[in-house]
Design a protein around this ligand. Structure first.
Ligand SMILES: N[C@@H](CCC(=O)N[C@@H](CS)C(=O)NCC(=O)O)C(=O)O
Length: 385
């Protein structure tokens, strides 16, 4: 039923990476929303049926549409609520905001999940919270549900995502290096692009607020090593567009501190995306990749991340010619251009009709996910008694 003045409904957990990113964006833009309780049943039935994916956050709009995936969702909201845009008018800076958002979303995911699930105290605490907040509709004692969550997350996101004694140090360095770069910028400006939040702020916020900022082990590191980042997480959570008076700075171009991110994107993230895209094209479910001299083995091939590369390249093709030339020069200077253009085909077939964030395009996957769930492939999918 359509009730156009009602708030958006956000289905997600209080400790979820991408739910935090979306919530901070909606709060900043002062778009009314309410967070809906997410039980295993809601996740399995409502979210999956309506978006085709079992991913949080999912959003139900007041007029009955369903949205999935925070990246296209933010574009969708920006079109509907253009005031106080999180993308600068300068197309050069806007392109790099998109690149940083994608890098922060995807490349900080592995360290964020590692810090949450590889340290026994952190893992116990967070698994218990998930069991309490989400699995109250699943029968069984809390200790057992906590154990199931822990085992599932470690299998999927630590052991299953290439984290071994050989790669662990490299994964942790991603977090530490990111803290240092953020600290440098946030010691001089309140947000990453000067006096107001940009898209890149929300990208980094996902991991920094809902994982690194609250999980005991990385949170202690953040407080000691990067207090300006710790402060920024609260500043962004409390930021409201109607009250923020600062401007994007520099007025054109990007801050010098972003060079450290660009260097990382060229030496680590894009080589990973390229190896993933090649594995996808070859139909391999797992692949090995050498990233900054570290050998990652049996990484899961991600169709979604082929789409991420495809989408970034698409945004590049949409730049005005003179901006594209400038962006290319910057990418060459920071050694990003070669890896950005290295892979010929980025044919993900992830969103062939270009419908995201509208979930219906993906809803046909629902039946397949349900079948896997019924076989016990997902703890969220196990039917409640
Ligand atoms: N690209 C998606 C990613 C969403 C996502 O991966 N969400 C995680 C939680 S933060 C999830 O739902 N995971 C489900 C699972 O682990 O089963 C977005 O930006 O919204």
């Amino acid at each position: 039923m359509s009730t156009p003045n009602a708030p958006y409904k956000v289905y997600g957990l209080d400790l979820s990476y991408f739910t935090g990113k979306l919530e901070a964006y909606l709060r900043y833009k002062e778009i009314p929303y309410q967070r809906e309780e997410l039980s295993t049943k809601t996740f399995r039935d409502t979210v999956l049926e309506n978006t085709g994916l079992q991913k949080m956050p999912a959003v139900a709009t007041p007029d009955g549409q369903w949205l999935t995936d925070t990246t296209p969702m933010i574009d969708w909201f920006e079109e509907k609520y253009p005031d106080h845009s999180v993308l600068p008018d300068d197309p050069y800076a806007a392109f790099f905001c998109r690149l940083l958002e994608d890098y922060a979303d995807e490349w900080l995911w592995r360290p964020a999940l590692h810090y949450r699930w590889s340290f026994p105290n952190d893992a116990q605490l967070m698994a218990r919270r998930i069991a309490q907040e989400m699995m109250h509709d699943v029968p069984g004692p809390l200790w057992l549900k906590t154990r199931m969550i822990k085992q599932r997350q470690i299998k999927e996101y630590v052991a299953g995502d290439g984290i071994t004694s050989d790669t662990r140090r490299h994964v942790e360095e991603i977090y530490l290096k990111t803290l240092d770069t953020l600290q440098r910028q946030l010691s001089v400006t309140p947000f990453l692009l000067g006096g107001r939040p940009c898209l890149a702020d929300f990208g980094f916020f996902a991991s920094m607020f809902r994982h690194f900022g609250i999980d005991p082990t990385p949170a202690r590191i953040m407080r000691d090593r990067a207090p300006a980042v710790y402060e920024w997480t609260a500043r962004l959570w409390n930021a409201r567009a109607s009250r923020v008076t600062g401007a994007f700075e520099p007025a054109t171009g990007i801050p010098p501190a972003w060079a450290a991110f660009l260097k990382d994107i060229g030496s680590a993230y894009l080589p990973y995306l390229n190896a993933n895209a090649r594995a996808w094209t070859d139909g391999r479910r797992k692949f090995d990749a050498e990233i900054e001299g570290v050998a990652y083995k049996k990484l899961p091939t991600s169709q979604y991340r082929v789409w991420c590369l495809e989408r970034l390249r698409w945004h590049f093709t949409k730049l005005p010619e003179d901006t594209a030339t400038k962006v290319r020069q910057t990418m060459e200077t920071h050694r990003l251009w070669a890896p950005f253009t290295e892979v010929d085909a980025t044919d993900s077939h992830y969103d062939p009709e270009n419908r995201l964030p509208l979930g219906a395009a993906l809803a046909e996957d629902a039946a397949r996910i349900r079948k896997t769930a019924a076989r016990g492939g997902s703890i969220w999918g196990r039917p409640a008694a």
